[in-house]
Design a protein. Structure first.
Length: 340
């Protein structure tokens, strides 16, 4: 019997394992369904995949990294960071790869958890911790006919890197956090790119850039600088919380800032209006991007705001009866709750 069993080896699973070891508890295992650590950063490999939280903040406080390449980290380096942490803190011997949990039941008489995996392995533990995320469990849209499309199709969390996009008519359903990252990357490659937008997003520029070599050297030599920078980012990020409150003056200022950003970035006045949400800022997740709006200026990119009636084998039929022929269909439609 183990002191603890942890499900998942993403950020939270690794963090708990590290803290258990630092507390002198070594009798634990981490059950991971795949063959490597990383969670969502292992699974999501779509073009342009990156974190929408700055690098210095989206990392362990006890393991600062002075070698981030960009202010906002890209997927490959985040995955590399997680592998590094798992190796440095000696977690790999505690991880059981290829063990997808299918059931867990608390045994009253024995006062322990019985955990069963898909290959019929069984583990007993005094404590069970779920460190399971949801950002790699695709949620397909409730649109009639989505499974009937005859061409290549996939969800952003299951990106098909084998299918060339060059010169193709590509449709993207959804325009949320993942979509605004991969759309600018595939726009130059596609022949025609159609973005089907259900609702607009409030979007703030990232102002991303690579770190200079001298910045990385200073952060490595003086760790306090990185800690101060992390705290500064934490305070700035926390300020966004107030946009979800009732301070209407603050909301109006933030909305005016975003509208000005749209007007300065998007050339077409009609398109500008399509990108302004019809709900107050903070009502749902605020997005961050430097290149999504510029991508919409391309002649081969089309933003579709008419609702979809159904998906057919050759493309998409809209509510107004018009049809858009497509060669490839990509879903950027979010993720399903893990317990569904």
């Amino acid at each position: 019997m183990y002191r603890a069993v942890i499900i998942g080896s993403g950020f939270s699973g690794l963090a708990l394992g590290i803290k258990l070891k630092s507390a002198g508890i070594h009798d634990f295992i981490i059950l991971e369904k795949e063959q490597e650590v990383g969670g969502t950063w292992r699974e999501n490999t779509y073009p342009g995949a990156e974190c929408d939280i700055p690098s210095a903040l989206y990392s362990f406080s006890f393991e600062p990294n002075p070698n981030w390449e960009y202010k906002w980290s890209h997927q490959p380096q985040i995955l590399e960071y997680l592998r590094y942490c798992a190796q440095k803190y000696g977690l790999y011997p505690h991880i059981r790869f290829g063990q997808e949990v299918k059931a867990a039941c608390f045994q009253e008489k024995e006062a322990c958890w019985k955990i069963s995996t898909q290959d019929n392995s069984t583990f007993l533990a005094q404590s069970l911790v779920s460190a399971v995320g949801q950002l790699h469990h695709p949620r397909m849209p409730s649109i009639a006919g989505w499974e009937k499309f005859a061409g290549p199709s996939w969800h952003s969390a299951r990106w098909n890197h084998e299918v060339p996009l060059e010169g193709k008519r590509v449709g993207v359903i959804g325009n949320a956090a993942s979509a605004v990252q991969f759309i600018p990357q595939i726009a130059p490659r596609a022949g025609q790119l159609y973005i089907f937008q259900r609702s607009a997003n409030w979007m703030i520029p990232k102002q991303d850039r690579p770190y200079h070599d001298w910045e990385k050297k200073m952060a490595a030599r003086f760790p306090i600088l990185l800690k101060l920078y992390r705290n500064q980012l934490w305070l700035k990020g926390g300020a966004l919380f107030f946009l979800m409150g009732q301070n209407q003056r603050l909301k109006k200022l933030a909305e005016a800032y975003v509208k000005k950003y749209i007007q300065e970035t998007v050339h077409d006045p009609v398109l500008q209006q399509k990108l302004i949400p019809d709900y107050p800022i903070g009502a749902k997740r605020i997005l961050f991007s430097d290149d999504y709006y510029p991508a919409l200026n391309r002649a081969n990119v089309h933003l579709i705001t008419e609702n979809i009636r159904e998906i057919r084998d050759k493309g998409v039929c809209l509510k107004d009866g018009s049809e858009i022929a497509l060669d490839i269909l990509i879903f950027g439609t979010g993720f399903r709750p893990i317990l569904s």
